[in-house]
Design a binder for this molecule. Sequence first.
Ligand code: NAD
Length: 402
Amino acid sequence: MSRQVIKRRSRGFICVNAHPEGCRLNVERQITAAEQAPPPRERAPRNVLVVGASTGYGLASRIAAGWGYGARTLGIFFERPPDDEKTATAGYYNTVALDQRAKRDDLLAAHINGDAFSDECKREAIEIVRREFSPLDLIIYSLASPKRMHPRTGVVHNSVLKPIGQAYSNRTIELDSEKVVNVTLPPASEKEIADTVAVMGGEDWRIWIDALAKEGLLAPGARTLAYSYIGPEMTWPIYRDGTIGRAKNDLEQTARSLDAFLSPKFGGRALICVNKAVVTQASAAIPVVPLYISLLIKVMSEKGLEEGPIEQMRRLFANFLTARADPKTDDANRLRLDDREMSTDVQAEIARLWPQVTTENLREVTDFAGFQRQFRNLFGFDVEGVDYERPVETDTELPPER
Ligand code: NAD
């Protein structure tokens, strides 16, 4: 037992601890939102595997499936448990909260806290699926990782966020000092491009689906989704045309080849779903993106269009995954949840405001306060309803993997 008062500790902008009660309330809020889903329809998935399930889009997907449609979920993630006085990571506490609610609500929710890229984790997942989640109707691949140890070669690949071909300069928020500055990012080397594709591209997704199919664990009509981002042209040099964009192209290529494999064999589908930009640990690390998201939150909120991960995932399930008709895709066969972000009026307003932002007017022209609050919320801090003066139990245990 280790009850203590937890104050936010940061290294630079990043929080290095997490608040269990704040994380619990975040999960509860998402569950409440998911429970407002339209009634289950015949195509609602029953057994769902989410790879990357403890934070961001993966956590929201898991909650939308479980509490929106009663699905049984197996979540895979890589999170640090508590250690003496040190708190666990937010994703760990999120899962503790999810697990407790699932027990109370009589929903089957199992997990593996391990390296999803490894053969060992896949073997363990296959065992659990065979025992309790077979056949799988839906596999969501929502990993965001800075590195991957390749299971065949043992080589550790590190991903980078850099432009390709030439240096890229643009404005960004220096998050620690809250200054609006110009950054220049040097172009990536060929090795850095290849490494980023090895981490965030489609190879591991393919290994997962091949392994599950080989073991006969996919239901007829099984679907698999991986998440991507496109965003406006002004971010393309660092996103779509940069190293991460190359990885996403590879993911899209993998979707096409998995789709060609699943369609004839299982009547299944493999699709890319393009999500809206939201504040997560992964997105905040991309240069230029925090300024873009601070403007996006402001503009979309003013238009009554703002959505976080759970609102996006609720829409994914309601409009695409449980719809009677085959899901509507764009001309590159992708599901689009970024339609509101990419609408002409939202983007025109962001483009108008972008050159006006300065250090002095950052908090008026953009919703940097909202960005900052949402970022702290990810770690369970600044969450409404939490008394941060009260000691809380940090040494909460996640039940053992099943
Ligand atoms: P996130 O950082 O919130 O979540 C990443 C998840 O991956 C966590 O559950 C983490 O535990 C897990 N993970 C990382 N390394 C792992 C490993 N080795 N083994 C097992 N689990 C591991 O990220 P996110 O922003 O939700 O991103 C998820 C996906 O959504 C990514 O593909 C991302 O590109 C995409 N996406 C994000 C945004 C955005 O704005 N955040 C927008 C569109 C698409």
